[in-house]
Structures are given as structure tokens and as C-alpha cells.
Design a protein around this ligand. Structure first.
Ligand code: HEM
Length: 228
């Protein structure tokens, strides 16, 4: 089947799964910004999602999106390396027009996934997973908190400057990954006539900046609140 075997088929699957993940990030960022303005509203959203069947179904679809995107990125990277053979060991004289991020998408993706695992351990594991395991409360910094009180988790983690800095590094890697990924996905899908190519690049940059600035806003706002 060409979609699974050909290089363009694999790129198409990566592009569609990547765009789906961008939509999730937009939703996730918007939801998290709520926490800065109303912790109660945020906790209400978390309890609505909680471990209900529709939230678990959403998580499974999201996990499938991540798994497809990651597996195909590995397949394509290996395929590209094989095609280039020993050339990849030659001095890298890339043309200036080739963006830095386009050359480093795989490494940027690895950094994003690495931080994502830390994020899961701090939030998802102690919230949705704990609830699925039948816990309604969990120990956080010496106190017991509800597994649905998302704002308490944000407050706790983002009062630690080391975690704040790590998350900010995460958003920078995510920004580079998203700016190139969005534009590249649009090209793969074929929406790349000369007028729209530049426009899609600008739209991709705006998307990535809004998403990453939104996450950074939440992280910094909670850190500053913790100092008061
Ligand atoms: C300000 C920054 C962020 C905050 C406060 C935050 C908060 C949260 C919380 C509270 C959860 C647990 C939800 C639950 O299990 O009920 C969660 C899950 C998750 N977060 Fe974040 N997040 C942030 C940034 C990010 C970023 C940058 C990404 C991806 C690059 C991300 C990806 C995820 C994913 C994939 C889940 C699991 C979602 C699910 O279970 O369906 N988060 N996050």
C-alpha cells in the first residue's frame, strides 16, 4: 500500500498526525490559560474531563496520534540516512536557505518527547492515571490533593524555578519543531502554490508563537504568583 510504503505516503501520515497534534496543543494551551484567571474554573474543567469514558477515549486517540507521528518520524529518518549512505559523515555544508530547524526536526522532536515524559510523570500520571487506579486524592508536596484539582498541581510545580526553566526550554524546542513542522506538513499535503507558500509559513509561525507563548504565560504567571 503506497500510503505505508512510499516515502511520500509516510510523509503524508506524519503531516496529518502532526496537524492533529497541533490542534490538541491549541486546545490544551487555551485550557491551561484559564487557570491563570480562575483556578476554580480550571479545576471544574479538569473534573469534567477527569477519567470519564470520553476523556479516556480522547486520551487514547491522542496517544495513537503521538505513536503514529513518532514511529513514522523514526522510519523516515532511518530511510533518509540509508539513502544518503556515508554522505552524512561528510562535512555538513548546508545551504544558508535551509533553516536550522528543518535540519534538526528529529532531534527537536526527541527533546519535545523527553520533556513530555517529565510532564506526564508530574501531571497525567498523578491525575488521570491515579483516578483510573481508583485514587481520588494524591500526595503532593506533603499535602493530600484531589486528583481533579489541576490548579493545585500547576501551583505546586511552577513554584519551583528549576521546573519553570525546564518547561521554558521545552517550549523553545517545541516552537522550532512546530514552525518548521507546520509549514512542511502543508507542503506535503500540496497546498503550496507560490502565493500561499509564504502565507502558510507566516500562519505556521503565528500558530507556533501563540501556542508556545500561551504555555509560557501560564508557567511564568504561576511562578510570579508563588513569589507573592
Ligand atoms: C503551561 C503548561 C502546561 C500545563 C499547565 C499543562 C497541564 C496539564 C495537565 C493538568 C494535564 C493532566 C490532565 C488530566 O490528566 O486530567 C496535562 C496532560 C497532558 N499534557 Fe499538558 N500542560 C502544559 C503543557 C503541555 C505541553 C507543552 C504539551 C505538549 C507538548 C502537553 C501535553 C500534554 C498531554 C499529551 C497530556 C495528556 C492528555 C490526556 O490525558 O488526554 N502539555 N497537562
Amino acid at each position: 500500500m503506497w500510503l505505508l510504503n512510499s516515502s511520500i505516503g509516510k510523509k503524508l501520515i506524519m503531516s496529518i498526525s502532526g496537524l492533529f497534534l497541533v490542534l490538541f496543543l491549541l486546545f490544551h494551551m487555551a485550557m491551561n490559560v484559564t487557570a491563570v484567571f480562575s483556578e476554580d474554573a480550571y479545576n471544574m474543567i479538569c473534573s469534567l474531563l477527569g477519567s470519564n469514558w470520553y476523556a479516556v477515549a480522547g486520551t487514547l486517540v491522542l496517544a495513537a496520534g503521538f505513536i503514529v507521528h513518532i514511529c513514522y518520524s523514526i522510519l523516515l529518518t532511518l530511510q533518509n540516512r540509508k539513502a544518503r549512505g556515508s554522505d552524512r559523515y561528510a562535512v555538513n555544508s548546508r545551504p544558508k536557505t535551509v533553516e536550522w530547524s528543518s535540519q534538526n526536526m528529529f532531534v527537536l522532536g526527541l527533546i519535545v518527547v523527553g520533556f513530555l515524559l517529565l510532564h506526564f510523570a508530574q501531571f497525567w500520571y498523578k491525575m488521570m492515571f491515579a483516578e483510573l487506579m481508583g485514587h481520588h486524592q494524591i500526595e503532593l508536596g506533603g499535602a493530600m490533593v484531589s486528583t481533579q484539582a489541576g490548579a493545585q498541581f500547576i501551583k505546586y510545580y511552577f513554584s519551583n524555578v528549576v521546573i519553570v526553566v525546564l518547561y521554558l526550554i521545552w517550549y523553545v524546542a517545541l516552537w522550532f519543531h512546530l514552525t518548521h513542522g507546520f509549514w512542511s506538513a502543508i507542503q506535503t499535503i500540496g497546498w503550496n502554490n507560490t502565493i500561499w507558500l509564504k502565507r502558510w509559513q507566516v500562519i505556521g509561525n503565528i500558530f507556533a508563537t501563540v501556542i508556545c507563548l500561551g504555555f509560557a504565560f501560564v508557567t511564568i504567571a504561576f511562578y510570579l504568583k508563588s513569589l507573592l
